[in-house]
Design a protein around this ligand. Structure first.
Ligand code: ARG
Length: 465
């Protein structure tokens, strides 16, 4: 028995019916579906469409059903087509005809949009917390790194020295944007679709402003036809989760490289590494590789969803049912990945000797050029002079710290006694002047701002410091 069997002479073909059912996954919307139906029953009661007695019977039964489903998830099961059919069937079993009146003036088209909006608004904060906990772990690493130096890279070639703290805060900065992007996706879901009916609106005088307020929405959708078609909020959520996964993947890739033998900047804790079944020396970064790998899955969900939406005409189409598995999978992927990344980052130790060692050498060339600029040489000339020095040092397998004063002077008579002092990693970071730079003062201030952000984003019990 379906919600629509009255229209048909025969029962649906079992295979075709099975193909269409969504109860296997949309049962995750159970709580939201009942919440929406409770508000709808009240609204019909207030509009005089339902009698006081029917409204009371429906509300009481729905509250019982909700409590039972929350207490015992196995209760939310049956041969039903979807979660909406399950709730309605259960209600009718308990209150008879009153239950058969609940769907007056309402369509599953708006109901499913409502449920998913409620679901996202309920669940997004947990993802934001997971992101904020990872920001917190990055900030703690930045604190512990103190004045430690490391090379930064462009084109994966050594670029310039930076503070290790600056590296960790660079990841924190991207993650803070992900947090905001999730908030924006939640804000996009923040519109009540009820009152849209199947597509044209409803002919019962329900108070949509009141319904919006009851259900925690700040507004009502603009247009019922758009509401029946619209899943932009799903696309925005999938984009927010995909980009967050891209950032987790970048962090994972950095840490896979930097904890490897060739770099050795950081050490993975034994707790966040795995061994090899054959090679006894191996300490593999499996959790980081999985985070990087699962990013493909998240991006795939976004891509798949955009392709689904692209083919649709205006109005509800059953294709839209595909939105839910995309949302649930993307949500779960980001949640487990952020958790794994947190486990790795919070247990990472810095090998400050190795990072300092790697931050010295020819990556100080820009600082040497800046020295000449400070003595009045045009930058383009200085670039040439230092380029020639680098060419020679490379050929001789030496670096700036090996140059005698005579050799400095030979390269340019603008080099003074203090030239070698400019060519150190510490002098390089200390020379930086802008607020977003790796200058120790700027990084200290950035860490302070990051801590302030974390205290606003995370409940106090969850911070590491
Ligand atoms: N399971 C459907 C979905 O997820 C619910 C809406 C069904 N509406 C309809 N007209 N068949 O989209």
């Amino acid at each position: 028995m379906t919600l629509w069997s009255g229209r048909f002479d025969s029962a649906p073909d079992p295979a075709a019916f099975d193909f269409g059912i969504s109860f296997g996954f949309d049962r995750l919307l159970f709580e939201d579906d009942v919440t929406g139906s409770l508000a709808w029953a009240e609204a019909l009661g207030a509009a005089g469409v339902l009698s006081v007695g029917d409204t009371r019977a429906i509300v009481t039964a729905l509250k019982d059903i909700l409590a039972e489903g929350l207490r015992n998830p196995a209760f939310v099961a049956g041969p039903d087509e979807d979660v909406h059919s399950f709730v309605e069937r259960t209600l009718v079993e308990r209150v008879g005809d009153a239950g058969r009146r609940l769907h007056t003036g309402r369509s599953r088209n708006e109901q499913v949009s409502l449920d998913l909006r409620l679901y996202l608004r309920r669940r997004i904060p947990a993802l934001q917390q997971a992101i904020a906990r990872l920001v917190d772990a990055c900030a703690s690493q930045a604190e512990q790194a103190g004045a430690a130096l490391m090379p930064s890279y462009t084109h994966l070639r050594k670029a310039q020295p930076v503070l290790v703290a600056h590296f960790f805060l660079s990841h924190a900065a991207a993650l803070q944007r992900d947090y905001a992007r999730l908030a924006a996706a939640s804000a996009e879901a923040d519109a009540l679709p009820l009152g849209s009916g199947a597509i044209a609106g409803t002919s019962y005088p329900v108070d949509t402003a009141m319904l919006a307020k009851t259900l925690g929405f700040s507004r009502v959708v603009q247009n019922s036809m758009d509401a029946s078609s619209d899943r932009d909020f799903v696309a925005s959520f999938l984009f927010a989760t995909s980009l967050a996964m891209v950032h987790l993947s970048r962090l994972a890739e950095d840490l896979i490289l930097f904890t490897g033998e060739e770099h050795g900047f950081f050490e993975l804790s034994d707790a966040s590494a795995t061994g090899s079944s054959m090679m006894p020396q191996k300490k593999n970064p499996d959790p980081l590789e999985l985070v990087r790998g699962k990013t493909g899955r998240a991006v795939g969900r976004l891509t798949g969803w955009l392709v689904t939406m692209k083919g649709l005409p205006t109005g509800y189409n059953k294709d839209l049912q595909e939105d839910k598995e995309a949302v649930f999978d993307a949500e779960n992927t980001l949640a487990v990945s952020a958790h794994a990344a947190h486990a790795v980052v919070s247990r990472l130790s810095i090998n400050a000797d190795r990072t300092a060692q790697a931050a010295s050498g020819l990556l100080l060339a820009t600082d040497v050029a800046d020295y000449l600029v400070s003595r009045g040489m045009p930058f383009r000339r200085a670039h040439e002079v230092v380029g020639a020095m680098v060419r020679r040092l490379l050929a001789e397998r030496r670096d700036f710290s090996d140059l005698s004063m005579a050799e400095w002077r030979e390269a340019s008579d603008m080099f003074g006694e203090d030239a070698p002092l400019a060519a150190t990693a510490l002098a390089s970071v200390q020379a930086k002047r802008t607020p977003q730079s790796t200058s120790p003062d700027a990084v200290q201030a950035a860490l302070g701002r990051c801590r302030t952000w974390i205290s606003a984003a995370l409940p106090p019990t969850q911070t590491q410091k």
